[in-house]
Design a protein around this ligand. Structure first.
Ligand code: G6P
Length: 613
């Protein structure tokens, strides 16, 4: 959600900025712009729509000369996607030029103040307010660094800012709060960006800026300041993953590539934490004494990560016998949750930057709960703010719709369930071993789900279903939570209206919507509930539904008697079954989206990382 790139060095800036922005497209955007500074002053190009339009407008950057610049992809919040509202924004006197990611919540009050000071505006954005406020303080202070500090003191909300000033043509200032920003050290060149892929081609030496951090840099050096304005030194982290991990590697879409990466992602996440037949979580410091004192577990997250939490309720309650409440971060933060030191709050987030999730985590910390984050992006705000962190080693996830991050988050919940269940003695040795054995075997079983034959079958099903406008996903117990994710995927990337219902709830409303040829996806993999779900299937079939039934190979014959089309997955331990079930549903959405001509990796109106409330 909004992407920032900044460059100072010896090379032409514009092509580097365009290249960097292209690596941030996954964040979601609806307009883009770059600004390059040279002896001619600021040159700004902005376009509504895709980056390709900006490339054309600048002849791939060749029309803009200068070795210092900032670039931005904008996901509209304040004001429609338009040329005027696109970044970079100039201040009224044209001296300050900046890009911004985040939301300035008090921008209206600040705008009134600035209008009264005679400042003029040409966009509807909150960002232009930041540019003019900085100009105001710069005029007052005569010192740019102090002016930036005074400006940020006045801003409520979130921001990552990349700032150029015509009076200091060789340097750039960047500052951040609650929006991601990294600094990249090059040789005779330096960078800022919202995320590593934007600059990985140029450097692997990266600093993740903390909230309140500010950096002033030139081509040859950088000075860092902390939130108190004190000069601090920063030790860069070395990025070890390859760019190919963030590129398509022969697949037509990132989403398909990431679906196929799931066996490896699971293996990378699980194996380092299993030693000599035990789950070892060196990363966290939850002592058996602390675990024995937990009275309630909350799982807080947004989107698909929340649906992992819905599965977590079944998994952790069964293994640890502690009540578990999954709750949406956007609800949790305003619900005055009843928390204390006997509550464990598990925060799940791929990006580690989701605004609501981060705010919920801070609320939980304030209320005295212990917080444990399951995060994919190392160094992200959530990973830093939580008491404990378990990383999902999924690698960079680029497609907006999550697949491998979801699967690895789920695998971490299994590790946690084993770890806590073992510490509390709520899991027998036999149950522990059976579950751990199944967990270690999951990557191999996932490979079977991704067989050519299975893919072809699901693609054919998608062709058959591509014109359906309403789809119902039904299932019981763990399967009902898997349905939530299956249904979300179809909405997100194929733009098909779909609903997920606990199968037992059908008769309490949704069955009235079933008519001739309504597509119903029935997930029936919980052995003890198979017959019950089949009864629900018969009810919808009696009303004309067209039913796709997902079950395990050992129910192949039974399901064939009831549904129109069966879809089979291997059998695993009952609690782990959702890990295998979700993959065909991801593929079904992917192929339906393809058949409907949708932009799979960048679905309309959605962003990979929702860094605004
Ligand atoms: C967006 C993404 C989803 C993701 C959700 C939460 O909606 O499109 O795939 O599940 O945000 O993001 P997080 O980074 O916190 O997991």
């Amino acid at each position: 959600m909004c992407g920032i790139v900044g460059y100072i060095g010896a090379q032409q800036a514009a092509p580097i900025l365009l290249d960097g922005l292209s690596k941030l497209e996954y964040r979601g955007y609806d307009s883009a712009g770059i600004c390059v500074y040279s002896a001619k002053g600021f040159q700004i190009e902005k376009t509504k729509g895709r980056l390709a339009a900006l490339r054309t407008a600048t002849a791939d950057g060749a029309s803009m000369t200068g070795t210092i610049g900032i670039g931005h992809t904008r996901w509209a919040t304040h004001g429609a996607p338009s040329h005027e509202n696109s970044h970079p924004h100039l201040s009224a006197n044209g001296k300050i030029c900046l890009v911004h990611n985040g939301i300035i919540e008090n921008y209206l009050i600040l705008k009134e103040f600035l209008l009264a000071q005679g400042k003029t505006f040409c966009s509807e954005t909150d960002t232009e307010v930041a540019a003019n406020l900085l100009e105001y303080y710069y005029e007052l202070e005569g010192d740019l660094l102090r002016a930036v500090r005074r400006t940020t003191e006045k801003l409520c909300g979130s921001y990552a800012l990349g700032i150029l000033c015509a009076d200091r043509p060789d340097s750039m200032i960047a500052v951040k709060k609650d929006s991601p920003l990294i600094f990249g050290f090059g040789e005779g060149e330096n960078f800022i960006a919202s995320d590593v892929p934007a600059i990985l081609r140029y450097t692997r030496k990266v600093v993740y800026l903390n909230d309140g951090d500010m950096v002033e840099f030139t081509a040859n050096g950088a000075t860092f300041y902390n939130a108190l304005g004190e000069q601090v030194s920063k030790t860069p982290e070395h990025i070890t993953w390859e760019m190919s991990a963030a590129e398509k590697g022969g697949f037509p879409h990132f989403m398909l590539k990431e679906i196929h990466e799931q066996p490896k992602a699971l293996r990378d996440t699980i194996s380092p934490r299993v030693k000599n037949g035990r789950v070892v979580l060196d990363d966290i410091k939850l002592t058996p004494e602390y675990l024995r004192g937990i009275r309630r577990i909350y799982i807080v997250a947004c989107g698909s990560a929340y649906y992992v939490g819905c599965l977590g309720k079944y998994i952790l309650e069964k293994t640890c016998r502690i009540p578990v409440e999954p709750i949406l971060a956007s609800e949790f933060r305003y619900s005055e949750p009843v928390l204390g030191d006997d509550s464990l709050v598990i925060i799940i987030s791929q990006s580690g930057e989701t605004a609501d999730t981060l705010a919920a985590l801070r609320e939980a910390n304030t209320l005295g709960a212990r917080t444990l984050a399951i995060v994919n992006v190392v160094g992200s705000a959530i990973s830093k703010a939580a008491h404990d962190v378990i990383y999902t080693w999924a690698g960079p996830e680029i497609a907006v719709a999550t697949t491998k991050a979801y699967s690895t988050q789920l695998s971490v919940l299994y590790l946690l369930a084993l770890y806590i269940g073992d510490a509390l003695g709520t899991l027998s040795a036999e149950e522990y071993n059976a579950m751990l054995h199944a967990l270690v075997a999951l990557p191999e079983q996932l490979t079977q789900v991704l067989s050519e034959e299975n893919l072809a079958h699901i693609e054919a099903l998608a062709q058959e279903y591509k014109s359906h406008h309403d789809v119902f996903f039904i299932g019981r117990n763990l399967d009902s939570a898997t349905c939530l994710e299956g249904s979300l995927k179809l909405k997100e990337i194929a733009y098909v209206h779909s609903e997920a219902y606990a199968a037992g709830e059908l008769k309490h409303g949704p069955i009235s919507l079933i008519e001739d040829d309504t597509l119903v996806v029935a997930v029936a993999t919980v052995p003890a509930l198979f017959e019950k779900t089949m009864s629900n299937v018969k009810e919808v079939k009696a009303r004309g539904a067209n039913v796709l039934g997902l079950t395990t190979v050992d129910f192949a014959d039974e399901i064939a008697k009831t549904v129109d089309r069966p879809l089979l997955v291997p059998r695993t331990h009952p609690l782990l079954q959702p890990s295998l079930n979700v993959v065909p549903l991801q593929l079904l959405s992917y192929y339906v989206a393809l058949a409907r001509g949708c932009d799979v990796d960048k679905p309309r109106n959605l962003a990979k990382s929702v860094t605004v409330e």
